[in-house]
Write a new protein. Structure first.
Length: 295
């Protein structure tokens, strides 16, 4: 009996140490598709959840409490046989040190999602070839989520994952699907990963590191110092704006962080927010109503 108990303990610990990296909920929303038989969408949803959550995406060992929380919502707007067309919303978060708060890290909507899928078709990823646009899109965002998360803990820690995401782009560029090529527009998967890996936007990644590790993670220890670090990270982003006011990554950041920035600077120790509000308004005028709430 003792040996059995010891074996179970070792097994449980082993499972905890070698858990997959993501705690991801994938939803396939087919509300806009007429008809009562939605089984294919349910099957697709189950297959995607299994694919993302049961595959090991890195060589790192994650404990259960370290899994990255994320949501992928695939909304189907058109369905004709095995052809699907719609958009996908990606959200990820990570815990703030010494608190129960989850901070949003990545919040992005991709409007160019189309793919072919037959019910019960295996969903598999091959890093050396293009197999399916569905698999490529989901895999691209998994690696982007991993990269964004890593950048909040270690300066430039996300590079290995961004490189893998870029490889997905390269493999998919001859597929004919939108979003993988520079000519497809300025708010695409191509642009996102190209910018994240470009030395031109290295300050964005520095800002992500400072905002999270030196800012939010310090809140429980010294709120005033933490606010200062978050403020400085915004100043870093402002320097990007000054040279490239239409930088795509600034929009990506604001889509994830605008509400949180308002909350951070509307509570706790007093902080002169006049310049902060001016800079935020210049960088993201569409969020002007939010910035005016900062006290």
């Amino acid at each position: 009996m003792r040996k059995i108990i010891q074996f179970l303990i070792v097994f449980i610990v082993s499972v905890q140490l070698y858990s997959q990296e993501l705690n991801c909920t994938i939803t396939v929303n087919a509300d806009k598709i007429p008809g009562s038989n939605k089984q294919v969408f349910t099957t697709l949803q189950n297959s995607l959840n299994e694919f993302v959550n049961q595959k090991r995406w890195t060589n790192l060992n994650y404990k259960s409490q370290e899994l990255i929380n994320c949501n992928l919502t695939l909304t189907i707007l058109e369905y004709n046989g095995g052809d699907f067309k719609g958009h996908i919303q990606i959200q990820s978060s990570r815990p703030v040190y010494n608190s129960t708060y989850l901070t949003p890290v990545f919040n992005f909507k991709d409007d160019n999602v189309s793919f072919n899928y037959a019910e019960y078709e295996p969903i598999q990823f091959n890093e050396n070839s293009f197999e399916s646009n569905l698999v490529s899109v989901v895999t691209f965002y998994v690696y982007t989520i991993l990269g964004m998360d890593a950048d909040t803990f270690t300066l430039n820690g996300g590079t290995p994952y961004y490189t893998k995401a870029q490889n997905v782009v390269v493999q998919a560029q001859q597929s004919g699907y939108k979003g993988w090529n520079q000519s497809d527009g300025s708010k695409t998967r191509f642009t996102l990963i190209d910018n994240l890996l470009s030395p031109t936007y290295k300050l964005f990644r520095e800002s992500m590191f400072q905002y999270h590790l030196k800012g939010l993670d310090m809140m429980s220890k010294d709120k005033k110092k933490a606010k200062q670090s978050i403020y400085e990270s915004v100043l870093t982003l402002k320097s990007i704006y000054d040279s490239r006011p239409n930088a795509f990554l600034l929009r990506v950041f604001m889509d994830s962080k605008s509400d949180e920035i308002v909350d951070v600077f509307s509570d706790g120790p007093r902080f002169d927010t006049s310049k902060l509000k001016d800079d935020l308004l210049k960088m993201s005028p569409l969020n002007g109503t939010k910035w005016n709430k900062i006290k």
